[in-house]
Every structure is written in C-alpha cells, then in structure tokens.
Ligand binder design. Structure first.
Ligand code: THU
Length: 160
C-alpha cells in the first residue's frame, strides 16, 4: 500500500486587492444574485463568467417545484455562454450568493459537485484552465483551475 497526497492550491484575496477586471466580475456575480429564482431555498446565487473574447455572461440559480430540476447559477451561466458564443472558451468565473436574510454570504460560496464537473468539461474541451473566484464578504477564494476544486475528476480520457 502507498499513500498518495494530492495538493490543491487556493488564494485568498480581499476585494480591494483585486485588479479592476476581477472586481468587475465579482460585482456582476453579486448583481446576478438579484435575478435568482429561489422561492424554495431562498438562497440566491449569481455567477459571472468572462470569455476569451472579453465578453461577460451572467447566470443565476433557477429553482423548480420538482426540486432536482433546479439549475445552479454556474451551470446557467456556462450553458448560456456556450449557446450564445459557440466555441469560445471561458477563462474565468465568479460565484456569489445571498442567504435567506438577503445578505451576501460571509464565507466564500463554492460550486457544487455537479457544477465542478461541468466546469471541468469546459477546461477539457478547450484545453485551458478556468479561474474560479468564490466570493465571500470575509474574502474571495481563487482557484487557478477547477482541478483544484475537483481533484481526480472524471474526464473523457478516463474512458480509454
Ligand atoms: N446553488 C447554486 O446555484 N450554485 C452552487 O454552487 C450551490 C447551490 C443553488 C442551488 C439551489 O437553488 C440553492 O443554491 C440551494 O442549494
């Protein structure tokens, strides 16, 4: 038996430390929470992604009375971007959330497992990393690749 250790890397930033384009993406993710349709969880999530061509696409969670039909903010943004801009890679994505009291969350919100898998497919498809910014009032966690959020993720190559 051998033990194996996988290292992941994250950065923690304060909003004021971010460059202008990162601050804009964070602001747009926060703005997108106000488009959320979350009558069941009352947890309003917003995402904003930047494409390689510089355009930004927003997404928000859309819930459903049939609960599992709900789609997260990140996947809403990603699928919307790929529908509007076919074959344009995503370079970075920010996710923000407001809690049941309507306040922005203090701890950074991080993408669920399904969203991580979808972000991983985008990295695989375009052979480039996607920077993921997870927004909290106490700080913004940044992963340079979704591989830092989904180590040992399943991808096309695993089917060979
Ligand atoms: N949600 C997202 O939109 N993104 C995530 O990464 C985590 C969860 C949504 C789904 C559901 O509408 C609500 O948050 C509570 O789980």
């Amino acid at each position: 038996m051998k033990n194996k250790t996988i290292e992941i890397k994250l950065q923690e930033w304060q909003y004021e430390e971010l460059c202008e384009s990162d601050r804009t993406l964070v602001d747009l993710a926060k703005e997108a929470t106000f488009s959320s349709y979350a009558p069941y969880s009352k947890f309003s999530v917003g995402a904003a992604l930047r494409l390689e061509n510089g355009d930004v696409v927003k997404g928000c969670n859309n819930e459903n009375a049939a609960y599992p039909v709900t789609l997260c903010a990140e996947r809403t943004a990603i699928f919307s971007a790929q529908a509007q801009y076919p074959n344009v890679p995503i370079v970075e994505l920010a996710v923000a959330a407001r809690n049941v009291k309507g306040e922005f969350v203090v701890k950074p919100v991080s993408p669920c497992g399904s969203c991580r898998q979808v972000i991983a497919e985008q990295e695989y498809r375009y052979k480039r990393n996607i920077r993921v910014m997870m927004v909290g009032e106490e700080g913004i966690l940044v992963a340079e690749s979704v591989k830092d959020l989904l180590p040992l993720g399943f991808e096309e190559g695993d089917m060979k």
